[in-house]
Design a binder for this molecule. Structure first.
Ligand code: PLP
Length: 318
């Protein structure tokens, strides 16, 4: 049985962590979405694969690094359907990883190319499948695009549903921000519903100068896609993009992240990883502390990455 998406289906639980640094903290456990170790890439891919199923596509082309959560989930969904999956990967990004091993175990073909050759390799892969009489479906890296944004508009709906049933009124939402799709979805969910809680994307790699315009453009693109008013003057102030916690850039963990990762596991049984959620969780706490925030109701959206938790663990035990 395949997991199906629906507006009313709550995909992930919200867990209370109690009082943390003077604020009340909850975590939306998207890492527990019940497909392929979950995460935001599973939430997004469920929508892409609705299109695959409905559009009669019979093979998938996508790209991402060897450590990518996105490629693991997409390869797993292809394996489930028994259709070919071709992954174009930029060469030299990441050594061995559990995600990479699973991508291969699911039978995906992985083509490593220099990063500047990714675009051509994707086009060539689509052309090859088409020449074989197949109908290929192309998924952008990280599940970027309007459908990926839609997935997090729906996540925001789940959050509002939880607020109504729990009586908690959230003041802030924090999460790890990469390609910006997750943040664009949460921001559109907020704007379309007049929801008061501010959304803070904690960058895992990009500077604000590079990352923030991508989130804004993704949000505007989604609003146009839905036929809604797309006003930059309304969207821009709603995008809080924090780039002060990227540490050593993508994959590199700055000071404090390792301690946050081991601390969260010991204290709450909450697995974080050093590439995404550990950085974002640490960045959230630092940001709240730096503002002297107290008495706020704060939600952390845990975007997944469980296999990377085990990469980290293996690295740390040698
Ligand atoms: C990809 C990823 C992100 C970033 O999501 P975007 O939608 O690209 O911003 C955050 N956390 C995890 C665990 C991811 O795999």
């Amino acid at each position: 049985m395949q997991l199906r998406t629906s507006e009313n289906n709550l995909f992930s639980p919200i867990i209370g962590l109690g009082e943390v640094d003077g604020n009340r903290l909850w975590v939306k456990r998207d890492d527990l979405i019940p497909f392929s170790f979950g995460g935001n890439k599973a939430r997004k891919a469920l929508l892409f694969f609705d299109e695959v199923d409905q559009g009669g596509y019979d093979c998938v082309v996508t790209y991402g690094s060897g450590r990518s959560n996105h490629c693991r989930v997409v390869a797993n969904m292809c394996a489930q359907r028994g259709i070919p999956c071709h992954v174009v990967s930029p060469r030299g990004h990441g050594g061995p990883s559990f995600n990479g091993r699973m991508v291969r175990a699911f039978g995906a073909t992985v083509e490593e190319v220099p990063v500047e050759g990714v675009h051509d390799a994707l086009e060539a892969a689509v052309a090859r499948f088409s020449a074989q009489g197949r109908r290929p479906y192309l998924i952008e890296g990280g599940g970027h695009g309007d459908l990926g944004t839609e997935a997090y508009v729906r996540c925001h709906g789940e959050i509002r549903h939880w607020e109504r049933s729990s009586g908690v009124r959230l003041d802030r939402v924090y999460h790890a921000s990469g390609t910006g799709t997750t943040q664009a979805g949460l921001v559109c969910g907020k704007l379309c519903n007049g929801h008061p809680a501010e959304v803070f994307g904690v960058s895992v790699a990009r500077t604000e100068a590079r990352g923030r315009p991508v989130v804004v453009e993704s949000a505007l693109s989604y609003l146009r896609f839905k036929g809604l008013p797309a006003d930059p003057a309304e969207v821009e102030p709603a995008v809080n993009f924090l780039d002060g916690y990227v540490g050593g850039g993508y994959g590199g963990a700055g000071g404090g992240v390792a301690g946050e990762v081991s601390g969260a596991l010991a204290r709450w049984g909450l697995p974080l990883d050093s590439t995404y959620t550990g950085k974002a969780f640490h960045g959230m706490r630092e940001h709240l502390r730096s503002q002297g925030a107290a008495g706020l109701n704060v939600l952390f959206v845990h975007t997944g990455g469980t296999p990377i938790f085990f990469d980290d663990l293996e690295g740390s035990v040698g």
